[in-house]
Design a binder for this molecule. Sequence first.
Ligand code: B12
Ligand code: SF4
Ligand code: SF4
Length: 354
Amino acid sequence: MRLASLLKEYASEIGIDHLGISPAANLEAIAPFLEERRDQLPPFLPRDWGQSPSQLLPDARSVIAIAIPYLRPAPAPPESLHGVLARYAWIGDYHLLLKEKLQQLANFLVKERGSRFIISADTGPIIDRFAAYNAGLGWYGLNRSLFVPGRGSWVVLGEILTDIELEPDPPTASRCTECRRCIKACPTGALTPSGLDYNRCVSHLTQMKGMIPRELRPLMGSALGGCDRCQEACPHNQGAPTAAGDILPGAPYPNLVEVLTMDKEAWAAGLGRSAIGWRGLTVFQRNAIIALGNSQHPEAVAPLAEVLHDPRPVIRAHAVWALGQLPFPAARRLLSSLEPQDPLTAEEYAALQA
Ligand code: B12
Ligand code: SF4
Ligand code: SF4
């Protein structure tokens, strides 16, 4: 049996149902695309991101791409004031799962043929969607996601670059009908037919540190970590099968009051174990404050009053903004007696008066 078939057989034994192979040289095709759009790429990508395979691994021959489904059944939303997590954050950090599976595959190749390889998944130097597309795992939707037939876009992606030549897989034809439902569903206008402005993408906003641009805060709704709106809207994601496995306690609708009173230990033992964990508790609590401001609910006033004097300026400043969104006398009283103690909070306070 050929090595590619043996590898696929082994992948299926260790629970990988979606594996595709492409010649490493195919990744070179991304270079002109990236060059053209360098200035639109997020600055936080690694320095070697998108480098050619031969720069990453001398004698690189093949890319083995995998997709792991992460969709879980959705529970009903609770009555309490709650936020929403994107589906990838309902489970333990997917990077760990991808790396474990990729390492198992790499070990198999080393044992069979003595391969040199590099593993990449999300934070690595390879453009995951492009690698998956080339390996025939799926097609690009207008929402930029990579769709796997029968699974939709609810998959995370990773790959192995190896010096072994393996039989490639054929491409998967696109089923995106360009119906534009994804574009209509995008709350900030980040998604357009010509691309994605990551600076406006709610997924990015919930992950960035510091102050969220004021005009975008109302558009974030109750998003606490990630955004699934352009995926939820797609007909190819309707009725996608769920994968086995638990969801983290508190997911997918964290109680906003509990988030604000959470300490670092509770965070690390709970939702901090998801892929949003490495952004830190302050970012998560800031997002919860924005969600409370957007809730327009009278019960949001008391928890916001508690964090108005938090030691972290970024928390205090967003709390001022959030209270300013609430049309209740108690919120107005709190703000009228406030004397901002730091420049960030003073700026938010001044913006409310303007
Ligand atoms: C930076 C980043 C982000 C940034 C910016 C995303 C962006 N598109 O610019 C932010 C924080 C906003 C983000 C958000 C999300 N991300 Co993200 N992100 C990444 C990361 C690290 C780099 C992506 C990137 O900048 N690509 C740059 C562009 C140039 O490449 P591209 O996205 O593949 O875009 C291609 C298309 O435009 C394409 N194209 C379009 N049409 C066609 C047609 C053909 C025929 C061809 C050849 C090409 C093509 O050409 C480009 C090059 O391939 C990758 C991991 C990685 N290392 O690749 C994850 C990754 C793309 N993200 C992922 C996920 C899950 C998400 C979110 C769904 C998370 C969430 N729920 O909040 C959202 C989705 C937002 C969206 N609509 O794309 C997954 C995608 C899984 C999938 N099934 O597609 C990845 C692959 C992580 C992983 N390892 O699983 N992300
Ligand atoms: S919603 Fe329509 S346009 Fe958007 S990715 Fe899905 S099929 Fe394509
Ligand atoms: S993830 Fe949300 S904000 Fe980002 S492009 Fe999709 S719908 Fe728009």
